[in-house]
Ligand binder design. Structure first.
Ligand code: ADP
Ligand code: MG
Length: 395
């Protein structure tokens, strides 16, 4: 990575503002933290800074309070959980700027941890307001961005503050950029991408970018329906984007021109309605009954994909192969996750739902890298420069 990291700056006895991604899922009924993965993912940077004798000031957003105080979106329980994980007290503030916060920040001792309140209680955060960014920056002497999941947004705490402080990447940020960056810029080949999920329209830019980089492109999920329809197949009641048929044709011909192996479903699992209890059967991709809808890839497609992935050295996966939320239509997604888990290739998963699928199958730790940033990893796969990354100091 060509950006400075926490290793490249002296943080001893300094106040260090760290942007973390503590945007954890909360239990709808109780408001408790449903999954602390994101807090755990920030620990290496926080522990390193403490060990160096830094005075750590953490900031994050949580949910979408839209610029006002929402009691249920305070970071109190996040602070408690962090304190349990670190085994030291975490001082939690009720705001992220202001006099009380400044006083607390300036009275921190080496190794102590302060957690600011939800940044998005202030509309200035998402507006990337310079005065707000300056107020945040005034708390510290160094800025560390470890919030890869928010790096695709130019907000005050991701981009604005970098105008006022030396700014470096944390370990999580570094890891994400290293894995995703290497895959996109200098992958071990053959390089394969498996793209699924609901819609072509969500991922046109991803397909566009990947088709110029990969050797093998496998398309499943709802978006494959649009490709099937574009080649003249009837897709019954399936999710299909009739206004994107040309996109599918264009991707296909670019794949052909570039000599890329393109894999599309040859058989599919159809359901008689969109429901967990829907009746299901396997049919050939060109024989979808008019009253049925495609909800997963079929067994022959799984074997086709397996064969096309054999020997690949890098595999990037984004988007489930079917409606995996319904167990009856989860087989394609499960099979792809298992293929990746068993593979010797560098395997990278980017995308919230595909990552969740790998987690729920217990296969997460057998992947080379699962990105913690859904939207951010998608923009990376689109070939975009993330503003939160671009703003960090170069090496
Ligand atoms: P990711 O979060 O991994 O990027 P997406 O958000 O693009 O993935 O897509 C995930 C969604 O796509 C899931 O909710 C899944 O149910 C849906 N999906 C996959 N295949 C189909 C299909 N054949 N028909 C309708 N929806 C589908
Ligand atoms: Mg998703």
């Amino acid at each position: 990575m060509n950006k400075k990291t926490v290793r490249d700056v002296d943080v001893h006895a300094r106040r260090v503002l760290v942007r973390v991604d503590f945007n954890v899922p909360l239990d709808k009924a109780t408001g408790a933290i449903a999954d602390d993965t994101r807090i755990v993912a920030a620990l290496p940077t926080i522990s390193y800074l403490r060990a160096q004798g830094a005075r750590v000031i953490l900031c994050s957003h949580l949910g979408r309070p839209d610029g006002k105080v929402v009691e249920g979106l305070r970071l109190g329980s996040v602070g408690q959980r962090l304190s349990e994980l670190l085994g030291v007290p975490v001082f939690k503030m009720d705001d992220c700027i202001g006099e009380a916060v400044t006083r607390a920040a300036f009275s921190l001792e080496n190794g102590q941890v302060l957690l600011l309140e939800n940044l998005r209680f202030h509309p200035e955060e998402e507006a990337n307001d310079p005065a707000f960014a300056r107020a945040l920056a005034s708390l510290a002497e160094v800025f560390v961005n470890d919030a890869f999941g928010t790096a695709h947004r130019a907000h005050a705490s991701t981009e604005g503050v970098t105008h006022y402080l030396p700014s470096v990447a944390g370990f999580l940020m570094e890891k994400e950029i290293d894995y995703l960056g290497r895959a996109m810029e200098n992958p071990a080949r053959p390089f394969a991408a498996i793209i699924g999920g609901a819609k072509v329209s969500d991922k046109i830019k991803v397909l566009d970018n990947l088709v110029s980089k990969v050797n093998v492109l496998l398309i499943g999920g709802g978006m494959a329906n649009t490709f099937l329809k574009a080649q003249g197949y009837e897709v019954g009641q399936s999710l299909v984007e009739n206004d994107r048929l040309e996109v599918a044709v264009a991707i296909r011909s670019r794949a052909q021109e570039r000599g890329i192996k393109l894999g599309l479903p040859v058989d599919v699992v159809v359901g008689d309605r969109f429901a967990a209890e829907a009746e299901s059967k396997v049919v050939s991709a060109e024989a979808v009954p008019a009253d049925w809808r495609i909800l997963d890839i079929g067994p022959k497609t799984i074997e086709l994909f397996r064969g096309m992935l054999a020997g690949c050295k890098t595999v990037v996966w984004n988007g489930p192969m079917g409606v995996f939320e319904f167990p009856r239509f989860a087989q394609g997604t499960r099979a792809v996750a298992q293929m990746l888990a068993a593979s010797d290739a560098v395997t990278i998963i980017g995308g919230g739902d595909s990552a969740a699928a790998a987690e729920s199958l217990g296969l997460a730790d057998r992947m080379t890298h699962i990105s913690t940033g859904g939207g951010a990893s998608l923009e990376f796969l689109e070939g975009k420069v993330l503003p939160g990354v671009a703003a960090l100091n170069g090496k």
